[in-house]
Design a protein around this ligand. Structure first.
Ligand SMILES: Cc1cc2nc3c(=O)[nH]c(=O)nc-3n(C[C@H](O)[C@H](O)[C@H](O)COP(=O)(O)OP(=O)(O)OC[C@H]3O[C@@H](n4cnc5c(N)ncnc54)[C@H](O)[C@@H]3O)c2cc1C
Ligand code: HEC
Ligand code: HEC
Length: 589
């Protein structure tokens, strides 16, 4: 309770600070004393929202972060690396880079990436992203080459990008002027005299609806790539629509932020730019059969429904996509044999990382067809047997010749894959899959939302994938060019708000949180049976609890591996417990 009051600020502080008399109506014109829930509300505790919150928190602003999920991190929990230029790690590894080179590389690849943001990102990815997160404890350990980059720029932490976002989250938890509301779904922005003044939020667990008010709202809700209908309705210009498109983004990426922004009068820009991947296999655990895992085997041969090769399997994603959507239907089968079975990799869900002897996809007959002969494999997969046999024969002959004259995958005896000849043979069916938005809410150079006439919509900022990751991916996406812009745009918006907030009275002291683990005296009151009963309830607002504890049961974890007196079997929302909770995320992420 104390916290709530603590964070209440008055919209009239500006008048007070200006030395105005305490009698508000007289000295502050029409302005009335309005109790606000925070100076700034950030909607979305993903990478961009947390970055904005930390930046503003450090300047002493009162920030309230709301998120529909019960845990922080957003997509970054599942993501990989960050593209950055001229970093200390590149220097240590002897990689010579420059902002000019990065700018030239990126513009050449993306064709029509936003030139100003691209230049800004090329010059600032080091100070505004690399240095900023490194200072918070993020450690980059590896730089990989990636398409569109003439030198390696794709930076990775140890493990996945959870290790990028969690230190930022921990930093936010260390500030008492940043507070969080979890399982809180934003539904609509509040408008007053053309200014965004807050948001309507529904507590998913209780169903309670509240109006939260603030001087500024930062929308950081991510993209809409989990709404396939919306992706197809805003499909990439010049390409046929695929007849089946799988979902490769997460549960929150429905475009609710786009709807809230447009509902308040904001415009959308480059909304038909998507980074579509060409390696989706249906998640066998998905009841709707609409979600994708992403799979690859760089030693495989790809055939369409007619049993024929149709593209350079080793080509760039954008070229393969153009070839794939021309196929009728727009799907293909990845064909390989026993010799290259181990080159098959799959990711996209935490449950895949089990220690079982059985491969979660290759040994699952619903996901993979396996046969001792190619005609048999074709029959099982619904492919014309003669065509498949012929395609493999031609492919093997090209390998013998050292030259793929049909599709240019290899030449002069270089990069030649092994022949497909050793039974059993495998076929995995693949579909295009949604991934990332490259357009979104229109913004200016301060990440302020713009209306249809290009005017600033007061009080509203749009950051992260919601603004299309600053439009720097243009027509064709680049690896790692989403996480960096999420941090950068979050910070840019925050700096703009800080600069525009003239008076910041009532700033609470920033007291660092010291968590301590207290397992000894704590007696667990729940068992895995009790947990099973809870999971069976399928309650609103418990999505992450359900998916994570499904894994707890499958993997037979002890409850006390994670839970303690400070992390009991009850939702926790004090900063110290949340800090402790953040320590157990890496068990699965
Ligand atoms: C599987 C996968 C792998 C990826 N790998 C990479 C990579 O290697 N490199 C790279 O650069 N990019 C990668 N990306 C893209 C990148 O992860 C995202 O673009 C980035 O994380 C977006 O950050 P964000 O803060 O804008 O949004 P998100 O991370 O999507 O966060 C949005 C937050 O808002 C919350 N939210 C949404 N709607 C509401 C609402 N109505 N009310 C309240 N809360 C709401 C969500 O719960 C979530 O916490 C990947 C994406 C996916 C899906
Ligand atoms: C690997 C770490 C881990 C293990 C092991 C674990 N939990 Fe949890 N538990 C968490 C995390 C993280 C949360 C917060 C999840 C969320 O809010 O989505 C949580 C939350 C909960 C909650 C609160 C859900 C709510 O109402 O918000 C209950 C109840 C719970 N766990 C029960 C159990 C039980 C029972 C066990 C043992 C059978 C167990 N947990 C084992 C990590 C773990
Ligand atoms: C016991 C395993 C487990 C633990 C512990 C766990 N998670 Fe998860 N989490 C999952 C699973 C499973 C998913 C669903 C996606 C998947 O299958 O990979 C998920 C998804 C998420 C997502 C949604 C990602 C997106 O794209 O929107 C977020 C955010 C997240 N977890 C954050 C956390 C945080 C923060 C913690 C620590 C406080 C945590 N998780 C702890 C298992 C776990």
């Amino acid at each position: 309770m104390a916290r709530k009051i603590f964070h209440r600020v008055w919209r009239v502080v500006a008048c007070l600070a200006a030395g105005a008399a305490l009698l508000l109506s007289a000295s502050c014109g029409q302005q009335k004393a309005v109790e606000l829930d925070a100076q700034v509300i950030v909607i979305g505790a993903g990478l961009s929202g947390l970055s904005a919150a930390v930046e503003m928190g450090r300047s002493g602003l009162n920030v309230l972060v709301v998120d529909m999920n019960s845990v922080a991190g957003g997509h970054t929990m599942l993501a990989g690396g960050v593209a950055m230029a001229v970093t200390p790690l590149q220097e240590r590894l002897g990689i010579e880079d420059s902002a000019e080179l990065a700018y030239a590389d990126w513009m050449a690849w993306t064709k029509d990436g936003d030139a100003e943001w691209t230049r800004f990102y090329a010059s600032n990815s080091r100070p505004m992203v690399y240095d900023w997160v490194t200072e918070m404890g993020v450690e980059f350990v590896r730089v990989a080459p990636s398409h569109g980059n003439s030198v390696p720029r794709f930076h990775f932490t140890r493990g996945r990008a959870a290790h990028l976002v969690l230190p930022i989250y921990r930093t936010a938890l260390g500030m008492s002027n940043i507070s969080f509301q979890w399982s809180a779904q934003a539904e609509e922005l509040l408008l007053s005299d053309g200014r965004v003044t807050g948001v309507v939020v529904k507590d998913l667990r209780s169903g309670k609806v509240r109006r939260l008010t603030a001087d500024n709202v930062v929308l950081a809700t991510g993209g809409f790539e989990s709404d396939v209908e919306r992706v197809l309705a805003n499909w990439i210009p010049g390409l046929p629509r695929p007849d089946r498109l799988l979902i490769g983004s997460a549960i929150s990426a429905t475009g609710s932020g786009h709807d809230m922004a447009t509902g308040a009068g904001a415009a959308l820009d480059k909304i038909n730019r998507h980074f579509i991947y060409v390696n989706g296999v249906v998640d066998p655990r998905d009841r709707q059969q609409s979600h994708a895992l992403t799979a690859g085997n760089d030693q495989s041969l790809w055939v369409n429904a007619s049993g024929q090769r149709f593209t350079n399997e080793a080509g760039f994603e954008k070229d393969v996509l153009a070839d794939l959507v021309q196929q009728k239907p727009s799907t293909y089968w990845m064909v390989f044999d026993a010799a290259t079975r181990d080159s098959f990799g799959v990711r996209g869900a935490a449950w895949l990382n089990n220690s079982s002897e059985e491969h979660p996809i290759l040994d699952n007959p619903n996901a993979t067809k396996r046969a001792q002969s190619l005609p048999e494999l074709a029959a099982m997969s619904g492919l014309p047997p003669d065509a498949l046999v012929q395609s493999v024969e031609e492919y093997n002959a090209a390998i013998d010749a050292g030259e793929d004259t049909a599709f240019g995958r290899f030449a002069h005896g270089e990069n030649v894959p092994p022949k497909i000849q050793q039974p059993p043979f495998y076929a995995v069916q693949v579909f295009p899959v949604t991934r990332k938005n490259m357009g979104g809410v229109a913004i200016d150079r301060q990440a302020r939302a713009l209306d249809k006439s290009g005017q600033v919509l007061p009080g509203l900022y749009a950051v992260g994938e919601l603004n299309g990751s600053l439009g720097i991916n243009g027509m064709f996406g680049l690896d790692g060019m989403f996480l960096g812009p999420a941090i950068l745009s979050g910070r840019v918006a925050a700096q703009s708000i800080v600069a525009a907030t003239t008076a910041r009275t009532n700033v609470p002291e920033i007291a660092p949180v010291e968590p301590s683990r207290n397992v000894g005296e704590w007696q667990p009151t729940l068992t895995s049976e009790g947990l099973e009963a809870m999971l069976a309830m399928q309650r609103d607002g418990y999505w992450h609890f359900q998916v994570s504890h499904q894994l707890v049961l499958e993997r037979n974890y002890e409850c006390t591996d994670c839970h303690s007196a400070q992390l009991p079997f009850a939702p926790v929302n004090d900063h110290a417990s949340r800090l402790l909770q953040a320590e157990v995320c890496a068990t699965c992420h």
